[in-house]
Ligand binder design. Sequence first.
Ligand SMILES: NC(=O)c1ccc[n+]([C@@H]2O[C@H](COP(=O)([O-])OP(=O)(O)OC[C@H]3O[C@@H](n4cnc5c(N)ncnc54)[C@H](O)[C@@H]3O)[C@@H](O)[C@H]2O)c1
Ligand SMILES: [Zn+2]
Length: 384
Amino acid sequence: MSGEDFNIQVSFRHQIRFTRGAFRADNALVSELLETRGRSKVLVFIEEGLRDFFPKLEGEIQDYFSDLSGLRLTAVEWLAGGEEAKRDDRVYHAAMGAIERYHIDRHSYVFVIGGGAFLDVIGFAAATGHRGVRLVRFPTTTLSQDDSGVGVKNGINAFGKKNFIGAFAVPYAVVNDFRFLHTQPEDTRRAGLIEAVKVALVRDGEFFNWMEANVLKLRALDEATLEEAVERSALHHARHIAEGGDPFEVGSSRPLDYGHWAAHKLEQLTDFKLSHGEAVSVGVALDTLYAAKVGLLEASEGERVLQVIENLELPVWHEALELRDAEGRRRVFNGLEEFREHLGGELTVLLLKETGVGVDVHEIDERVWEACAEELKERALSTV
Ligand SMILES: NC(=O)c1ccc[n+]([C@@H]2O[C@H](COP(=O)([O-])OP(=O)(O)OC[C@H]3O[C@@H](n4cnc5c(N)ncnc54)[C@H](O)[C@@H]3O)[C@@H](O)[C@H]2O)c1
Ligand SMILES: [Zn+2]
């Protein structure tokens, strides 16, 4: 027998920026971020749903590039977004077709402008075309700016499972342009804040205190407060990815997926009628109450979390939690098995021991968890 081990180290730069009006003539952010040697090509994908809100966007982008000598805009492609775009591989193939048609190579750039679902599917095309071309993300929803846009995951759903097909890839840059935040429906804008609550709960108790103190301003979608929450949350997510020691999730612990095992299952059980933000809200409420019930978290701390969620007008319960299989087991519990399988290894669910401090556990007592679901059902129905 013979052989040798080699260590392969690859280092990525994760560039996160915040701005307003990235394609305004006087905004140099984008041109300064990109390498402009040799007139690199830029292919822009915009989510179709943004057309009505930003009818001048394509023209602005064209004008922006016409003034730049080092970059060449090849095309602006409008494609369908939202969760529908992740359901099958049609949008993925449409994007891949454009990457091929416009001869986008590894020194060219793909820009993607849209919500989290659109970023996931176009990001997957960019991660796999030529085995990876440079991707610049412009997230346009609260959720995609405060969380998914800075993530390193791309993908689409398959076999009825969220994100079953995908690739890890660090984007070339992420430009959070606050101009996009203010056209979303109010409930969607608010729902995206759950990822900020989540990251505060698992990483930074002080940030949670700040959200709690500012919850009424956040509920009212006060511009400056919303933008501060988005920025702090995005940087926390990025810092966790860069410094948490497991950017590509080789281990079994996934703190940024707090509350997500139930959330992903609820999205699937509702045929994605429940949005990711709302589903995460229910998942976070349940896992938080559960931690209090099993004695990991002070009951009063759990109550603070539930109140922040409710004050943001987000759900703590959903009727899909009631769905049962032929044996009478709640179908949401299949989410635990799917969560484990997605990662491999031992089941690892993060729970809270304080606001801002998580702890990994390896089993969930279904009876206790069910009692939490019942309690939150009563709470939800009593406030209707
Ligand atoms: N890759 C990751 O790390 C990661 C992390 C968290 C979530 N996600 C994924 O992100 C997706 C959810 O993202 P989302 O919450 O942004 O929802 P979304 O992308 O489904 O967008 C929701 C709706 O908002 C519309 N929209 C987008 N921007 C708008 C704007 N500026 N004004 C008005 N309408 C706008 C879209 O057309 C869509 O109809 C899920 O698929 C989730 O799994 C991925
Ligand atoms: Zn999420």
